[in-house]
Design a protein around this ligand. Structure first.
Ligand SMILES: *Cc1c(COP(=O)(O)O)cnc(C)c1O
Length: 364
């Protein structure tokens, strides 16, 4: 059952006039509606779907001055079904509120988060692209509004859900470089949260690695600078002696929904999957000896990006013997569930049309 949503004449005429562009990319096209709620006087208010537009933000706001901001990335799929579905949205909801709390922002109640997802996916249902790999990418966002130069939390916040009709994020195998100088996250810092500041901190290393002929940085732990953590927006996995390994959560690694889903799927396919501490020098030895056959990155956007080579800043490059073997198998299995082409034995796929039902699922 679809909950009734109040659609203003302005929104319905916007939606009636909207056309998807002839070609989509990943995350470029911005849908004509967004969801907005404001927090002030200790409560969330004025929650509604509104036209997508610039919003006034005070230049002295805590969001702009102190990166008091957090976000999520998730997708609505409508491939083999006539209605949209979400994938494990409870994980994104719970992580969003962990990120918000870490930056002293108010939690978004399940009813509000669900109302936003439900109304955006219902309104945009005709525009959810239905080709393999395509989706409506969703970007829940929260940030502080109060203007002051004192370093303290805002008392007013905005919660938005933005949407982007997206093509598959197709990625050629990527070449990554071990980042031995910068760190993306500190011990006790915000690496485990999806907050804007983490990404600002990664940009310089990314630019440098592109100049060196690589695509992305492979970050090491901020304490010993010897153990693999992840990439700038994707978790890291390697196949060692036929087993799937991903670095154990260290407190500075973002706990990806895709990471967890792939580990679960691998085990269900009879592949041993473990989460050890992964010293980078050991990985390099394992590549040289042939024990490490394959590596890839994973996250909601690309699902999986195969890695073809891992290098050092001095130009040494270690090519992976296999590219996109286990990665392709796992990606196909995960996409099959997400797109409704395969059975969903783990109960990961959620129907967002009824916001009350969705709210109950977000707390699970
Ligand atoms: C979002 C993100 C991931 C992937 O998380 P998913 O929930 O799988 O999308 C991994 N690492 C970082 C740093 C991220 O921001």
């Amino acid at each position: 059952m679809v909950s009734s949503i109040f659609v203003t004449p302005e929104l319905s005429s916007l939606l009636a006039d909207y056309r998807l562009p002839d070609s989509l990319e990943f995350g470029r096209e911005l849908a004509p509606v967004m969801y907005r709620a404001d927090y002030g006087d200790g409560q969330w208010q004025d929650a509604a779907a509104v036209p997508f537009a610039d919003i006034p933000v005070n230049p002295a706001s805590t969001a702009l001055q102190f990166a008091q901001q957090a976000f999520e990335g998730m997708k609505a799929y409508q491939i083999a079904r006539s209605y949209p579905t979400l994938f494990r949205p409870n994980r994104n909801f719970q992580r969003f509120n962990r990120s918000a709390r870490r930056l002293c922002m108010p939690a978004v109640p399940a009813s509000l988060f669900a109302g936003a997802l439900s109304s955006i996916t219902n309104l945009l249902q005709p525009f959810i692209p239905d080709g393999a790999g395509q989706s409506l990418y969703l970007r829940p966002t929260i940030f502080g509004l109060d203007p002051h130069f004192a370093v303290k939390s805002s008392a007013r916040f905005v919660f938005l859900v933005l949407a982007s009709p997206s093509d598959a994020y197709y990625s050629e195998p990527i070449r990554i470089v071990i980042e031995r100088n910068n760190c993306r996250a500190a011990i006790g810092g915000t690496g485990a949260e999806k907050v804007g500041g983490n990404y600002g901190a990664s940009l310089q290393a990314t630019r440098k690695c592109i100049e060196q002929g690589f695509d992305q940085s492979l970050w090491l732990d901020p304490k010993s600078r010897s153990n693999i953590e992840e990439l700038s927006a994707m978790n890291f996995m390697a196949v060692i002696d036929g087993e799937l390994h991903t670095p154990a959560l260290s407190g500075s690694i973002l706990e990806g929904v895709t990471r967890d889903s792939l580990m679960t799927l691998a085990r269900s396919l009879g592949i041993d999957a473990s989460e050890p501490v992964m010293p980078v020098d050991e990985l390099v030895r394992d590549i040289k000896s042939g024990r490490c056959s394959e590596a890839f990155a994973c996250g909601t956007g690309a699902v999986i990006s195969p890695i073809s080579a891992i290098g050092e800043a001095d130009g040494t490059v270690f090519e992976l013997p296999e590219v996109n073997q286990m990665a392709a198998k796992l990606k196909n299995a995960l996409l099959g569930i997400q797109e409704g082409r395969a059975a969903d034995p783990f109960g990961w796929v959620v129907d967002p049309r009824d916001s009350q039902q969705l709210a109950a699922q977000l707390n699970q």
